[in-house]
Each structure stands twice: as structure tokens, then as C-alpha cells.
Design a protein around this ligand. Structure first.
Ligand code: CMP
Length: 579
């Protein structure tokens, strides 16, 4: 859905509406592109609308990831931060608004323009219809996210591996290069303590009470959410992120992180409730809601399992638990829902930037690190080891290095066997080192969906199967059409663009399946017969050995291995009954 925001006091909006009536204006000629027109009196009202729309129960048609939205306003008119009518206070230049939108609403397709700038409006509308088509097609959208680049993107100086930052791309749709580029600008503004940037951030933090956006009647008690209820939910392995609304996922992140901060007793790490929620809303706006598996729901699921593994392992360092849990929330930030091979195979700029090694993980690490520096710098300043721990944990989730971690488990098992059989005899092998422990925990959490209860595991399996299918479709699309990995807005293909992989009804169908209380694992495997085979492959190739050896090193985690075995039995029976 595409929204047109008319921003400014009534007088201004009358002028802007005038544009809607002026037949010669590009706005008039393209007004049919918008599904709705909203008149807002200030940026605070605009941001409240964006945040509230992002937390609509899924399938959310107003997530600003399908369609392209436009904010029209008069930068010279009024104090747009609060909507006062006084003239010439707090004028907000267009560049500053777009900078803010890109940094704090990264995955949203939305841009602000001065309503008087006909040239910019004409330029915006020139590509709008194609961009809307791209944003509503699963594969065209994926292609754009991963491969869009504009000619100004600075090429990499490969000889020195000098990682240069990238200017923003020329598109109104999300792209990973644009996300990375804006993330680096965010870091730069943090370091330079850019007060323009702070103007908005401070205004949001001062004028928006985030908790009020979460207090739905059906999830609150006496006007507040039931913190105990959510902490209880988070404290069991029966946690099911799939049955929670986006608001509840944010609440889960909030109550857990707030608890973990308190547990550290570290005054320098304290963060106000509103600031913590501002950070969580920004993280939510950095994950793609349109992704089936790699979305904010997966992030909160991995956050919960990371914390529970720390509890089961009786980790004592409260700061480490907080850092690991934060790494879990951010470990897949901006994930496109595909895989590293598709960066390397099509030789795209983002892959080259990271030398085609752990492209996704290094992207997540850089984007998350810059966000934390901007919104929670104390967590970073407290110790240089804090960011290193978060970075190491995020990089450890690259499955390309999975066998390295299994080999480390083998080494520890062998070391302990040697000690048992030859007490007192030293060997060159090592027991669990801190770095390995961090990696083992977040790796186990990242694939812990296969250790959940059968029906929960089956629903995650259903979602990742759909995502694998999209990756295959993207690969085929490139091979069939030999589409340049640059952009699908090139003139050569512009008029051929059509929606083949629409996902509006598709998403509706998915959430009907996930939300139905009566769906069984049998129903899922009947509808999607590829699931059992995919699960057996993944369990046999990765999960079974990893969790078996993890349990040998950490007997407290035996339940993970038992759950995998139990789920595997079901998948094998399914597979055998189908053959
Ligand atoms: N249930 C599952 N079935 C198949 N593959 C999975 C499953 N869970 C996780 N994975 C894979 O494990 C990978 C862990 O890293 P990623 O999240 O990048 O991508 C994940 C998937 O490719």
C-alpha cells in the first residue's frame, strides 16, 4: 500500500491539496498511485502514524514495504516538529527529514519532498509506477534489495581492501546498499554529534511515549502490560514467537532487556524505558516484515533462546548475558531472506564490498553496531570488549563455518576424555574457551527452531521452506532473463515489469495457517510435502551432530538434543509414510 502524507498546518495543506487539483501537476496525474491520503499536523504525528502502522497485526498491509509512500510538506512554514502555527521556527530541510527516515525507518519505502519542488516531484513520479510493481513482487523486490546500486556507488579499491562507504542509492525502494550507506552516515552523525540529527531523535524521544503505542486492551492489565506474564512466557522452552503480535514481540524485547540491564547493576548501562523502546522500534523497522522467516519474529525467537541457554548454562557474568541477548536481537538485521551464495553468484557490489565472505553476517554486524553506537553508546563505551563480543557472536551465525564449531566441540570432548583416562596428564587440547562459548550459544539459538515443540518447529520449517523457494525463484529469474544485477529500473526492462510473484494474498494465506489454532503438523505436511525432507536433510547435515556434541560438552543442554531426536522421528515417519 502507498500512502500520501500531507504534512503541515491546514493552510499549508490547502496549498498542497491545490496540487492535487491542478491537472497539470505530476501529483494530480499520479494521485491514483496512492491507496490513502493522510493529513498530519507535525512530524511527531507522522512518526506516530508510521510506528503504529508498523505494529498492526500481521498480515500488515501498511508496513511501508509494499508500495512507495510520499511525505509532502513546506519546509519554510511552521514548527513541524510539534505543529505550532508560528512561522519560521524549527524549519526542517528535506534532506534532514529523509536522512532521519533512512536511519530510523530503514526498510520503509518512504521519502519526503518539498511540495513546491516540481522538478523533484516529477522525478519521483517518473519511476513510481515501476517501483510500486517491484515492491509488490516477491522476486523483483528481492532482486532490488540485494543488487540495486546506482552509478555513483564508489567501487571498491580491491587492492587495499579499503572498504569505502557508499552514497545513498537513487531509489525510493529499500536496498541493502542504501541501508548500509545510511547506517554509516548514522555512525558519522553520532561521532560528529550532529545536532541536526539529534534534533529529530531528541524530539522523538521527548515527544513520543512509545509505551502508549503498545498498550492494546487485549494485552494489558489495569492499563499496563503484564510484565510477569511476558517474563513467564520468555522463561520456558515452549516460547512460541509465531503466536505473538508485533507489539507483543517488542514487549518481549523490552521486558527482557530491561531485566538484563537491571541484573548488571551497572549504572553506566542504564537506559530510560522510552529510550529502550525507541531502540526496539528502530530495530523492528530494520527487519523486513514481508520476510517469511528472517524477520523481527525470528530475532525475538533467537533472543529468547539465547537468554534461556545462558540461564541453563548458569552463566554468571550479567553483562555478557545482556550483550549476547542484544547480539541475538540484532543478528539478522536487514536480512533479505536469501543466502550468501546469491551475493557471490551474481557478483554484486555488496558481495564485493565484503570480499564475498560472510556477506550477510558482516552486513548485519556493521548495521547493528552503528545503530547501537547511535542509540545506546554507553553500551559500547563501557568497554571495547562489549562491541567485540556482539560482533563475534553475529559473525558466528554464518553456517559456512558450522563445521569449525563442530570441530571445536570434538576437540573439547576429546580433551575431557583424555583427562578422564589419563588423570594429571596434560594434552595440547583445550576446554571451552569464552569465545567458543559465545559462539556455541548463539549458533544453537539461531537454529533452535528445530529443538522447539513439534508443531512450533513445523511452523518455522514451513516458513523457511517458503523462503528457500523464493531464493530458488530469484536464481531462476536471473538465469531465465539474464537480468543485470544492477537494477530492474533500467530502461531496457522497465516496460517489461509485471507482477508475477505477488505476495499480498500469499502473506494472508501464510498467516491464516500460522494463526489457526486447529492446524496440525499433519495438515502442514499435507499442504507442503517438501517440509519433512527438508527437515531431515537439515537435521542430518547440521542440527543432530551439533546438538548431540553440544550436549556432551554441556549436559545441561541435553534437552535440545532430545527434542531434535524426537522431531526427527516424526519427520522420518512422515517421509516413510509418503514413500
Ligand atoms: N528448520 C530449518 N530447516 C532448514 N534450514 C534451517 C532451519 N532452521 C535454520 N535453517 C538454516 O540454518 C541457517 C542459520 O543461519 P541463517 O539464519 O542465515 O539461515 C538458516 C537456514 O538456512
Amino acid at each position: 500500500m502507498s500512502t500520501l502524507f500531507i504534512l503541515g498546518a491546514a493552510e499549508v495543506s490547502e496549498k498542497q491539496y491545490f496540487l492535487l487539483e491542478k491537472e497539470s501537476s505530476s501529483l494530480f496525474q499520479n494521485r491514483d498511485c496512492f491507496d490513502r491520503i493522510l493529513n498530519v499536523s507535525s512530524f511527531n504525528e507522522l512518526f506516530l502514524q508510521l510506528y503504529n502502522d508498523r505494529t498492526i497485526t500481521l498480515p500488515n498491509l501498511y508496513n511501508y514495504e509494499r508500495g512507495v509512500s510520499l511525505i509532502l510538506y513546506d519546509p519554510d512554514y511552521c514548527d513541524l516538529l510539534k505543529g505550532d502555527k508560528e512561522k519560521n521556527r524549527n524549519q526542517v530541510p528535506v534532506r534532514q527529514v529523509n536522512d532521519f527516515l533512512n536511519k530510523f525507518f530503514p526498510v520503509l519505502n518512504i521519502i519526503a519532498l518539498d511540495y513546491r519542488d516540481e522538478k523533484m516531484l516529477d522525478n519521483f513520479f517518473k519511476n513510481l509506477r515501476q517501483e510500486i510493481i517491484i515492491s509488490q513482487d516477491r522476486i523483483l523486490r528481492l532482486n532490488h534489495w540485494m543488487y540495486h546500486q546506482n552509478e555513483e556507488d564508489i567501487m571498491i579499491d580491491n587492492s587495499t581492501n579499503d572498504e569505502k562507504s557508499f552514497p545513498g542509492c537513487d531509489t525510493n525502494i529499500y536496498s541493502m546498499l542504501k541501508h548500509l550507506s545510511n547506517s554509516e552516515k548514522l555512525l558519522a552523525s553520532t561521532i560528529s554529534n550532529d545536532n541536526e540529527e539529534n534534533l529529530f531523535a531528541n524530539s522523538i524521544n521527548d515527544n513520543i511515549t512509545f509505551i502508549n503505542m503498545l498498550l492494546d486492551p487485549n494485552i494489558t492489565k489495569n492499563g499496563n502490560f503484564d510484565e510477569i506474564r511476558y517474563l513467564d512466557l520468555l522463561s520456558t522452552w515452549n516460547f512460541n514467537a509465531l503466536e505473538l503480535t508485533t507489539k507483543e514481540l517488542i514487549i518481549c524485547g523490552f521486558v527482557l532487556i530491561r531485566k538484563l540491564i537491571k541484573d548488571t547493576n551497572a549504572t553506566e548501562l542504564q537506559l530510560s524505558d522510552n529510550h529502550l523502546l525507541f531502540l526496539l522500534f528502530t530495530i523492528e523497522s530494520s527487519y523486513h516484515q514481508v520476510n517469511k522467516f528472517h524477520n523481527f519474529r525470528h530475532a525475538i525467537d533467537v533472543m529468547q533462546s539465547t537468554w534461556q541457554l545462558c540461564v541453563n548454562l548458569k552463566l554468571t557474568n550479567k553483562v555478557h548475558i545482556l550483550l549476547l541477548t542484544m547480539a541475538a536481537i540484532g543478528h539478522d538485521i536487514g536480512h533479505p531472506g536469501t543466502n550468501n551464495q546469491l551475493f557471490k553468484k551474481f557478483n554484486c557490489l555488496l558481495g564485493i564490498k565484503f570480499n564475498n565472505v560472510s556477506v550477510l553476517e558482516r552486513f548485519h554486524k556493521q548495521v547493528f553496531q552503528n545503530l547501537i553506537w547511535n542509540q545506546w553508546s554507553n553500551l559500547m563505551k563501557a568497554s571495547v570488549n562489549n562491541m567485540n563480543l556482539i560482533n563475534e557472536a553475529i559473525l558466528a551465525t554464518d553456517m559456512a563455518f558450522h563445521s569449525t564449531y563442530v570441530a571445536k566441540l570434538d576437540e573439547i570432548i576429546c580433551h575431557r576424555k583424555n583427562i578422564l583416562e589419563n588423570p594429571g596428564k596434560q594434552d595440547s587440547l583445550k576446554d571451552v574457551e569464552f569465545g567458543s562459548l559465545i559462539s556455541f550459544i548463539i549458533k544453537a539459538a539461531d537454529i533452535s527452531n528445530v529443538t522447539r515443540s513439534l508443531i512450533v518447529s513445523a511452523k518455522w520449517a514451513f516458513l523457511i521452506t517458503l523462503e528457500f523457494k523464493d531464493s530458488c525463484s530469484l536464481e531462476k529469474y536471473h538465469e531465465d532473463y539474464e537480468i543485470s544485477t544492477q537494477t530492474l529500473c533500467d530502461d531496457a526492462v522497465k516496460d517489461k515489469l509485471e507482477i508475477k510473484y505477488s505476495d499480498v494474498n500469499y502473506v494472508e494465506k501464510i498467516f491464516n495457517i500460522l494463526n489457526s489454532k486447529c492446524i496440525t503438523t499433519d495438515d502442514l505436511t499435507k499442504k507442503y510435502p517438501a517440509i519433512p525432507g527438508g527437515q531431515i536433510f537439515f537435521i542430518n547435515t547440521f542440527a543432530e551432530e551439533f546438538f548431540t556434541k553440544l550436549a556432551k560438552v554441556f549436559p545441561e543442554l541435553q534437552f535440545l538434543s532430545d527434542n531434535v531426536q524426537s522431531n526427527k522421528k516424526f519427520w522420518l515417519n512422515k517421509l516413510n509414510s509418503e514413500n
